[in-house]
Design a protein around this ligand. Sequence first.
Ligand code: AMP
Length: 648
Amino acid sequence: MTEQILFADLALSEPVMKAVLKVGYEVPSPIQAAAIPILLAGGDILGMAQTGTGKTAAFALPLLSRIDMKQQDPQILVLAPTRELAIQVAEAFQKYASEIPGFHVLPIYGGQDMSTQLRSLKRGAHVVVGTPGRVMDHLRRGSLNLNTLKALVLDEADEMLRMGFIDDVEWILEHTPKTRQTALFSATMPREIRHVCNNYLNNAKEIKIESSQSTDANIEQVYWMVSGTNKLDALTRILEVEPFDGMIIFVRTKTATVELAEKLEARGYSASALNGDMNQQLRERTIERLKTNKLDIVIATDVAARGIDVERVSHVVNYDIPYDSEAYVHRIGRTGRAGRSGKAILFVAPREKRLLYTIEKATKKPITLMELPSGATVTQHRIDQFTSQISTTLAEQPDLTFFNDLLAEFSNKNEVSPEEIASALAFLLQKERPLQVKFTDVKPERDSSRDRAPRDDRGARGDRGSRDGGDRGRSDRSREDRPRREHNDENMVRYRIEVGRNHEARPGDIVGAIANEAGISSSNIGHIKLHDEFSTVDLPKGLSGDVLSQLKKVRVRNRPLEISVDQGGAGGSSGNKDFGDRGPRSFDKPRDSADRPRGDKQRSFSDKPRDGAPRSFSDKPRDGAPRGKLGFSDKAKESKSFRPKKSD
Ligand code: AMP
């Protein structure tokens, strides 16, 4: 492995460095190690990186290090394809600027209330993070002044291309000072993105972090798509039924090692943190305890776990996805030692899907989707453990005469059967850890994209007119039809709605209305085709009558949808029924506006609330630990002794 670069080697400004220490990052990720020095020196970069690689910090840390707090007009502009990403990036900036007093970052995206946004812009922001359409709107109105812009970041450029924003991006680039520094991040490099790089980046250094690695055949690799159930709950379910001997759980930060270790200990596991803050002696002692069965679970960062060679490690859990395939291979190589078999479990957030593909591609091994143990499985497991405890106690023949006599007397005196007494005792024994477990099960997000080949680099253009919520009348260059994310035809029904192009309906309006009014998640809204007088939309099979009658009344562009099953049928063309109709146009479901809650207010991030506005971000981990549902033995797998559950 190449020599590890440390944050201290990177010459970040003092407050930024302080913030990095505060969030508990141990070492820079590969993309950070490569990008930070270039951006700090004022150079342009073209970073081929996807979500999960630490790319946000790769541009935010150096740009924040160079910020001039005296300048109130925006110095840094980040363009992001979706509202979600814009908010996420703004939150990251706020986190990394937590030690810069007076710092202000403003996310602006389609669908937000304009007037609030205008007020926020007037007050000034050092960094603006926005979706292209809305940024364009503000530039046109003159409410966003980029004359003194120093740096521009294009985040997920290929995604912006895919969503049809590329013209807008170029327009914005044209309206920023030529002297600006530019950083472009893209997971893939389609021709159009290459074109943007050639035209708008200045002598950019290309950073590509990739490595082809092979993994051992004796390691079973699975992933779980983080959805609904939080990671800690998922992990505790897995721990309960998975027959593990030793386990290493990988997280990203030193802080997380300690927090997770505490949570698992509180749930009765013998778990301990292993991170770079611990001195060598303590680290060695922890590994020794793992080797000698005094400890079952170690929660580690990549750095601290480097080179661990403990034969009994049967499982590796990637609680936080690694930055790249090299780190992945290194992590999972901690199991399957000395010819034994091992299992590697990877938690993947929906946004990190691409990284999963990259890892699969680099390691040339499929990673299969696992199911979380259900309530019934956990129940059966607990029953097995319980009954085997009884059998073991009986088989070991301890002297039970005293209890025999006591209970026989009790039985006679009270006229209760031995079964009834045993049941009462079993209840007392298992009170803290009921044998019957019921989870509100959350289905793992269906990853339809895995049913098809990963996206290639060709890129595509789609409609972008409304994705950004309110951008119209721009050039039509990106308005061609293109195949959208196909829903599985069998699961979808094609509906006809009575609004179309002539009513100025846009896909964003349709998705927004259906998602918001009928409570259908935007991820379940499929293909939309606009015709002149009507449109078609694919929706999941089996919608209830209530939902459909609700949908009939929903209005788009002030016209009721009057939804009905399209006679063309799902997956088929709905035909060109209207005289003079110019034929259908297909659209990807607009992502930016689709998921926005109605009445969404301007989110503004600042170190201090302005005008008494509440701080609307949180840097707390999303998967805060709930109280443990389960009580555990420290060796659940051996079905032996139970420790009573402690609460955390
Ligand atoms: P990104 O690829 O920018 O979406 O980042 C993915 C995750 O990695 C975020 O949760 C970051 O907080 C985290 N992260 C970024 N850089 C580091 C680092 N150097 N060490 C640990 N975690 C990091």
